[in-house]
Design a protein. Structure first.
Length: 687
């Protein structure tokens, strides 16, 4: 045996930043797979898909080469990959709009409508935004609902949020103008990330820029992308402001960028006091005199504030009260609680809900908490400055996921461009304050989830739309746990989204003190009807005090039916008996061994001009009547101990339209159909 000493290459000199480019290459491949789903809608998409996957494969190959010195080729391929990623993202966005042209949120419609009013010399802060719903095809479930069942109808953002749409409106771009600007803003963010990040991290621009949550928000109607380009400008080397003795426009980029970001959306407001606090900490160690310590701080504050005011100035002068009401609308509107923050404990786990005001108090205290903590641990948390506002939203009664992810691009830029700061002083006395505040915050959080909801809701029964498989009526038992009469407003919550408020039938809608009443709720429209294939909750709100009460999750369907065969690919001879087996299965499609369960088997013809009754014969041996007449529907059978039921079909008529067969179950106690099988389509021919 010949022994050989082979020294394995440990690649210590390997540039591991290439791993990010490999990931970026895979991201391009994923983009290709995503847009291929729409190739039957627009055939030219296939060409974009081929280009994208080819670029991704080549980028992975070049990135994986063990070359430590020559990176010129990788830089060029990286730039090409960036362009291709932007192209495929825009194509995907176009397809989403092409298929569903309506606006996905009221904020998108409000902003563009406000821009429309401004173009026609009307103050948007004085007008109702309700006409925007019809103008921009906003679905009824996309409104922002109030605790009393109404909807937010006033503009809720600073002026630059809608002024950015004015050029497009002047150009005559109407329905999709807001989406176009949203997507364009996100493209700008990706390009800025590529230019601002160091060479070793530039691949992050493609990776982060392709996160589905960001692209989905841009197309779906979340307007956060609009303020991000300005926020990136503010984040880039923000701590170098005021240090350069040379006067240059670039020296003022950060405060101007932050002022513009604040003029678009309120998310950026907390960043200004954090930056001012940072300058105060740093300049205290550099200067002895208070005037010199405060010079940079005041300068930054004034420039950012003036920049914020300028786009709003005309509306401030016209009606300052309505402008203030508009920009603080998210706080004072008393909108229904929603989101993924701690309020979710009340909405989904029935922890708390008895005082929504406490969540507002927690949000305000968390601002102070973050400012004090930032001051104490500045040297360590300085790079995280642009992300700290996300912690405030975690305590809010409306804490949507967008609040937690939007600031990531600015965080990346801040982390890689700021200078480190070494602490020179101890703030031990402030640690005591910070610890006390932490305990207060924790205590209030405990109180918020311990104050129980005033109402106990139990879903007793539902009424469905049958084969449409939605719920259009719910009967709820409501118990009032308080010592006063409550007149709540009700809605349904499904997958984290509340619908338009449901109508209460009957003359009496109030729930007496410590009383229990059965309440029948009817869906206000089709969009509000939850599907039976998922779970939903009934939620009740009160305004004085502001509370939320939620039922347990009601799942209308767990077990369902599978039909065999699930397809017959050809016409069957008339008068031939075709056996059909139905299997009871659970939510994981595993067979359920349960006998004696009634299975219903129906037939119908979905004709081109309307719904027609089927004309085949269906029968089963367990049906007491043993139906053998033409057009029988539905026909019942009992499952055997293995959860199986058997039906027989005999074709008696040749028709241009196929006959559609479907099996379902019925919840006997609550009297609603569910568990629908796949649809079996059969055609018949002469024997």
């Amino acid at each position: 045996m010949v022994e050989t000493n082979i020294k394995l290459n440990n690649y210590k000199s390997y540039d591991y930043s290439r791993v990010l480019w490999v990931v970026a290459g895979f991201v391009l491949i994923l983009w290709s797979l995503r847009i291929t789903d729409y190739s039957s809608t627009l055939s030219w998409i296939n060409g974009i898909a081929v280009l994208t996957i080819a670029t991704g494969l080549f980028l992975i190959f070049i990135s994986g080469l063990s070359i430590s010195n020559d990176d010129k080729l990788l830089k060029r391929i990286g730039a090409i990959a960036l362009i291709v990623s932007l192209l495929v993202m825009c194509v995907w966005s176009f397809v989403q709009v092409y298929q569903v042209p309506g606006y996905g949120t009221d904020e998108l419609a409000f902003d563009q409508y406000a821009g429309y009013l401004a173009v026609h010399f009307h103050n948007p802060y004085l007008a109702s935004m309700l006409p925007s719903f019809k103008m921009y095809n906003v679905a009824p479930n996309s409104y922002t609902f109030l605790l009393n069942g109404g909807v937010v109808s006033r503009l809720s953002y600073p002026a630059l949020a809608f002024e950015l749409y004015v050029p497009l409106i002047w150009l005559g771009v109407n329905l999709q103008g807001a989406v176009i600007l949203n997507v364009f803003a996100w493209v700008v963010v990706i390009v800025m990330l590529y230019l601002m990040l160091p060479q070793k991290l530039k691949a992050l621009s493609i990776i982060v820029g392709s996160f589905s949550v960001y692209v989905g928000y841009a197309v779906g109607g979340v307007t956060d992308a609009l303020f991000l380009p300005f926020l990136l400008i503010a984040a880039y080397r923000w701590d170098s402001y005021g240090r350069d003795s040379k006067r240059s426009i670039l020296n003022y980029a950060s405060p101007v960028g932050l002022g513009l970001a604040m003029a678009v959306k309120q998310n950026a407001w907390l960043i200004l006091p954090l930056i001012m606090l940072a300058f105060f900490i740093e300049d205290r160690t550099r200067y002895d005199r208070l005037k010199e310590q405060s010079k940079r701080l005041l300068s930054y504050f004034l420039i950012a504030t003036i920049t914020f005011i300028l786009p709003n100035l005309i509306f401030i002068v016209d009606n300052p009260a309505r402008w203030i009401e508009g920009i603080f609308q998210p706080v004072i509107a008393r909108a229904v609680p929603a989101g993924q923050g701690i309020v979710g404990l009340s909405l989904y786990l029935n922890l708390g809900g008895g005082s929504l005001t406490l969540y507002t108090v927690l949000e305000i205290l968390s601002v102070i908490f973050i400012l004090v903590g930032f001051f104490i641990a500045y040297g360590r948390v300085k790079p995280l400055l642009f992300f700290l506002p996300s912690f405030v939203f975690f305590f809010a009664s409306r804490s949507f996921g967008s609040y937690f992810v939007t600031l990531l691009p600015a965080l990346l830029i801040s982390m890689v461009t700021v200078e480190s700061f070494k602490e020179t002083s101890k703030r031990r006395n402030l640690v005591v304050i910070f610890t006390t505040m932490s305990l207060v915050l924790l205590g209030l959080f405990g109180i918020a989830i311990l104050i129980g909801s005033p109402l106990q809701l139990t879903i007793l029964s539902v009424h469905t739309t049958g084969e449409l498989q939605t719920v259009d009526e719910v009967t709820v038992q409501v118990t009032n746990n308080t010592s006063h009469t409550i007149n709540p407003a009700y809605t349904v919550q499904e997958n984290g989204t509340v619908t338009a408020f449901w109508n209460v039938t009957g003359s009496s809608k109030s729930i007496p003190s410590h009383g229990t009443r059965g309440v029948i709720l009817q869906a206000p429209n089709f969009y509000a009807m939850p599907p039976i294939v998922g779970g939903f909750q009934v939620v009740a709100y009160t305004t004085s005090p502001a509370t939320v009460s939620a039922s347990s999750i009601f799942i209308a369907q767990q077990d369902h039916l599978k039909i065999s065969p699930d397809a017959i690919n050809g016409p069957l001879p008339l008068n031939q008996t075709v056996p059909i087996q139905i299997q009871l299965v659970n939510q994981y499609d595993q067979p359920v061994n349960a006998g004696g369960i009634i299975v219903y088997f129906s037939q119908t013809i979905y004709g081109q001009n309307g719904l027609l009754p089927g004309d085949a014969i269906i029968y089963s041996y367990t049906d007491n009547a043993i139906n053998r007449y033409q057009g029988a529907s539905p026909v019942t059978a009992l499952t055997n101990p293995h959860g199986q039921a058997e039906f027989f079909i005999i074709g008696k008529h040749i028709d241009r339209d196929p006959v559609f067969f479907e099996a379902n179950l019925v919840n006997i106690s609550k009297n609603y159909p569910y568990g629908y099988s796949e649809i079996l389509a059969l055609r018949f021919k002469s024997g």
